[in-house]
Design a binder for this molecule. Structure first.
Ligand SMILES: Cc1cc2nc3c(=O)[nH]c(=O)nc-3n(C[C@H](O)[C@H](O)[C@H](O)COP(=O)(O)OP(=O)(O)OC[C@H]3O[C@@H](n4cnc5c(N)ncnc54)[C@H](O)[C@@H]3O)c2cc1C
Length: 395
């Protein structure tokens, strides 16, 4: 047996890295366990967009304000550049779109986007074909390189005295559904409290403690075009109507829970949300194909996925559609209502979830800070955390 920690955080993607840093920052002794270096989960494949303008409720708008304020100060606080920058985001509308309805669907946003004609959108992003769209929405967006961002969190965590071990967690030392220690292939780590930040693998680790975990996952597939082949782009470009969100809502209702127990079942056919994201190093991420399938493995036919992405991109970005690219796959966790799962699942006394975020680049940093404040604040009640508790589906 090794050590004895106030908190053991499992998973060193965005969620685990932010949470481990915040817990260590408030004076707790924290161990972060991650199986891969470099990480290969959803964070490694992410676009890294920070939609701080997009909150539509009191809860999400509060988190958007806190999140962007935190991001803007984070490089100074962590002592390392997080790669934050701001750029224009164009949300394209297809030729059949009802422009007024699309505008209405964004009207409640903290910073509602502005309407553009196809020609105005083209003048902002010359690679975008104005003949393929009926219009676009324009909004200021923020962006980080995901790996640079989590490296900044992890280095600051280590500087504060946190410990990080590369190891695959295989199970628990347990007392009923109470976690006592974490088992890896070679060690057992003893902890008082545990946080699971393992995205799509949350179900697996919760099941070993007989805990319900209302976490689902999408297979996300993207192409990466290297800086040497990618032409420069000025804007991020995404669809105004994102089918992934509708797919996720449709496949995570209580009626679907039985299907999620089947090991190899496609809940909904794949679809592509055609978009292109320029990174700071001038590489591009092009995608995104999403499929909701209970199998945790990559799809059988990556070439077909790549072709589907290229076909979806072609009308919008004819000059990009055939450029050489590398295909990537990852599993992205989500919850039933689009809000994250932060806190104790039903039946658990010390195994917490910090996962299921649909857009964690804006929500995870402020929620990690609030979570750390709440666990050290004893009885202090944070009503915002109650709203994202995994128990909200049962109360
Ligand atoms: C193409 C694409 C674009 C996206 N764009 C955006 C965007 O613009 N903005 C945004 O906010 N979000 C975006 N997302 C979503 C976002 O990237 C993910 O939700 C987020 O990265 C998830 O972070 P995580 O830490 O929860 O999970 P992960 O990054 O998957 O990290 C989980 C970690 O846990 C580790 N792990 C798992 N099991 C074990 C175990 N048993 N033992 C030890 N370690 C373990 C894994 O190795 C992994 O590193 C996008 C996702 C994709 C795929």
């Amino acid at each position: 047996m090794t050590g004895s920690w106030d908190w053991i955080v499992v998973g060193g993607g965005l969620c685990g890295s932010a949470l481990a840093y915040e817990l260590q920052r408030v004076g707790l002794a924290v161990l972060l366990l991650e199986r891969d270096r470099p990480v290969r989960g959803a964070t490694a494949r992410s676009y890294g967009g920070i939609p701080y303008w997009a909150g539509t409720t009191a809860l999400t708008q509060t988190l958007c304000r806190e999140g962007i304020a935190l991001h803007r100060n984070l490089s100074a606080e962590l002592g390392r550049d997080t790669s934050l920058r701001e750029l224009d985001l164009l949300l394209w509308q297809d030729l059949a779109a009802d422009g007024a309805a699309v505008t209405r669907s964004y009207a409640e946003c903290l910073f509602p986007p502005q309407n553009l004609t196809p020609e105005e959108a083209h003048s902002r992003e010359p690679l975008l074909n104005p003949g393929a769209i009926s219009g676009a929405l324009l909004v200021r967006h923020a962006h980080v390189d995901p790996l640079t961002f989590i490296t900044a969190y992890q280095e600051a965590f280590l500087k504060l005295g946190g410990a990080m071990v590369m190891a695959q967690v295989t199970g628990w030392q347990k007392d009923g559904c109470h976690g006592v220690g974490i088992q890896t292939e070679t060690e057992i780590y003893i902890g008082a409290e545990f946080a699971l930040c393992v995205g799509s693998e949350t179900r697996l680790l919760c099941a070993q403690l007989d805990l319900e975990s209302p976490v689902y996952f999408t297979h996300g597939e993207v192409l990466r075009m290297a800086p040497e082949v990618a032409p420069p782009m000025h804007c991020m470009v995404m669809p105004a109507d994102v089918t992934r969100f509708a797919q996720e809502a449709a496949t995570s209702t209580p009626e679907h829970d039985l299907l999620w127990r089947s090991p190899d079942y496609e809940l909904i056919p794949p679809s592509v949300d055609a978009g292109v994201v320029p990174f700071d190093d001038r590489s591009l991420r092009v995608g995104q194909l999403s499929r909701v399938h209970t199998r945790g493995m990559p799809p059988h036919d990556p070439a077909a996925s790549e072709q589907a992405i290229r076909d979806a991109i072609r009308p919008l970005f004819p000059s990009l559609a055939d450029l050489p690219a590398q295909w990537h796959h990852s599993l992205v966790s989500f919850s039933r209502d689009g809000l994250p799962l932060v806190g104790l699942p039903y039946g658990s006394k010390n195994v917490h979830l910090f996962t299921g975020f649909t857009t964690p680049f804006i929500y995870a940093p402020p929620l990690a800070r609030r979570f750390a404040a709440a666990v050290t604040g004893g009885q202090t009640h944070d009503s915002l955390l109650t709203q994202v508790s995994p128990r909200r589906f049962l109360d």
